[in-house]
Design a protein around this ligand. Structure first.
Ligand SMILES: CC(=O)N[C@H]1[C@@H](OP(=O)(O)OP(=O)(O)OC[C@H]2O[C@@H](n3ccc(=O)[nH]c3=O)[C@H](O)[C@@H]2O)O[C@H](CO)[C@@H](O)[C@@H]1O
Ligand SMILES: C=C(OP(=O)(O)O)C(=O)O
Length: 434
């Protein structure tokens, strides 16, 4: 278990460029399984989850070549499908959430896909029903070995169909789209998730020869094609990292510029931070955050207390709520944070309360934050990172706190933030990895 020591109270300044998006990378890397041709993907973040997925693909026989810092070529022309039933795969495949998305492409191309129960954050129940119900609707048979927690789908042929997803699952939609692109006939997927990750996946698939309409909406229409070919694809900047950096700047009263953010793909993210009173300026495709001594939370028009809650895209992403919560602890005013999707993502507020934050955890989904308007600083403490976004939130708290804090289990942060200590040190943070 690695640890960060963070000396709080230092301002950040300068430019920082966001990494490529973790959740998009996990989707588009799985899509390379759909063709025997070579695929080039750039802006791949160098983070634990992505590296694990690339390793799993290479074990499966995909030829992987790193051609520059963040560009890889992949060629899935000769695969060893026996690996999917090996003990090694049962262990490796269960170490991250994104691995589930190899099932759809394998089913489409080879008529079978297997996966152990995938890992990822322990942030509440994370079911996979949507994925498998979709595969079954396309004509696959499904089996689940409860003892081994091992899932499998098989099909001689997939046939296009109409489906209404029971929830707009992000990885579920990606998986079903990848299964449907080579099915016979037309598939419609209603209540599809439409996060930028999915829009990017669909654009990439279309450039490989797929016929997907409705990209960006919750109704996708997919005309099955016989074969997909190679392509080149560039991953968008990570909107969750961008939001994390906005929060970090505000909490540390810093002025920073986040470069090349792809504003058009940020949806509500800038607006939600502006509702907390944080000033953001658009400069070309950069976000400039000026130094602010304080920021005041807006109320609703009728004067009632602001609520910030998550929703499937284009709603506000659940992955930024922990960050919004920590930033609110030093705002002027109060806000209710309502995490609707996940049951166990707010428990980390105990640590913030230990540090002196004024937070009431109303129930597992809701927390009221009474901002301290920077009138008293958080106190440094020792903490353990429970999940990726709580981890970065605790890091933000520590950067703003008085004294030196320790965060254990930073592997959780490394899952999704590339060389975060090195990159933050370059703009003035005092962090040591031990
Ligand atoms: C690798 C990856 O891409 N992970 C992301 C993906 O996870 P993942 O794809 O696993 O998450 P899902 O979209 O399937 O659903 C997440 C949770 O929200 C619930 N749910 C989902 C949709 C809905 O309309 N209502 C609802 O309550 C589900 O029951 C589930 O408990 O999407 C999540 C939701 O944006 C993000 O937090 C994760 O970072
Ligand atoms: C919950 C997240 O990741 P995962 O789905 O990989 O656990 C996240 O990125 O915030």
């Amino acid at each position: 278990m690695a640890t960060f020591k963070i000396e709080g109270g230092h301002k950040l300044s300068g430019n920082i460029t966001p990494q490529g998006a973790k959740n998009e990378a996990l989707q588009v890397i799985c899509a390379v399984l759909l063709t025997a041709d070579k695929i080039t993907i750039s802006n791949i973040p160098n983070i634990r989850d992505v590296n694990k997925l690339i390793y799993i693909l290479s074990e499966l026989g995909v030829k992987v070549n790193k051609t520059s810092d963040n560009t890889y070529t992949f060629q899935a022309d000769t695969l060893d499908l026996n690996y999917l039933e090996s003990e090694k795969f049962k262990k490796e495949g269960s170490s991250l959430r994104g691995s589930i998305m190899i099932v759809g492409p394998l089913l489409a191309r080879f008529g079978k896909g297997y996966i152990p129960r995938p890992g990822g954050d322990k942030i509440g129940r994370r079911r996979l029903d949507t994925h498998f119900e979709g595969f079954i609707k396309l004509g696959a048979t499904f089996r689940y070995n409860k003892n081994e927690q091992f899932y499998g789908v098989e099909a001689v042929k997939l046939t296009g169909t109409d489906m209404l997803l029971d929830e707009a699952s992000v990885t579920g939609t990606a998986n079903i789209v990848m299964a449907a692109v080579m099915a016979e006939g037309v598939t419609t997927i209603y209540n599809a998730a439409c996060e930028p990750y999915l829009q990017q996946l669909c654009k990439m698939l279309n450039s490989m020869g797929a016929k997907i309409d409705g990209v960006g909406s919750n109704l996708l229409t997919i005309k099955g094609v016989e074969k997909l070919t190679g392509c080149t694809h560039r991953i968008l900047p990570d909107m969750i990292e961008i939001g994390s950096l906005i929060g970090m700047a505000a909490m540390t009263k810093s002025s920073i510029t986040i470069k090349d953010v792809s504003w058009k793909d940020l949806g509500l993210i800038p607006r939600v931070f502006q509702k907390l009173g944080i000033k953001l300026e658009r400069k070309g495709d950069d976000i400039f955050i000026p130094e602010q001594q304080n920021y005041e939370i807006q109320n609703f028009i009728d004067g009632s207390i602001l609520t910030i809650s998550d929703a499937p895209w284009p709603g506000f992403t659940p992955d930024l709520l922990s960050i919004v919560l920590v930033v609110a602890t030093q705002a002027k005013g109060s806000v209710l944070i309502h995490q609707k999707m996940f049951e166990s993502r707010l428990f980390f507020v105990d640590k913030l309360i230990d540090m002196g934050a004024k937070v009431i955890l109303c129930d597992p989904h809701r927390a009221t934050v009474i901002g301290m308007n920077h009138e008293s600083s958080l106190k440094a403490t020792t903490m353990t990172s429970p999940d990726i976004r709580a981890g970065i939130s605790l890091l933000i708290a520590a950067l703003s706190a008085n004294g030196t804090s320790t965060i254990h289990n930073i592997e959780q942060i490394d899952r999704g933030y590339q060389n975060i200590d090195g990159r933050l040190k370059a703009i003035g943070a005092k962090i040591t990895r031990i």
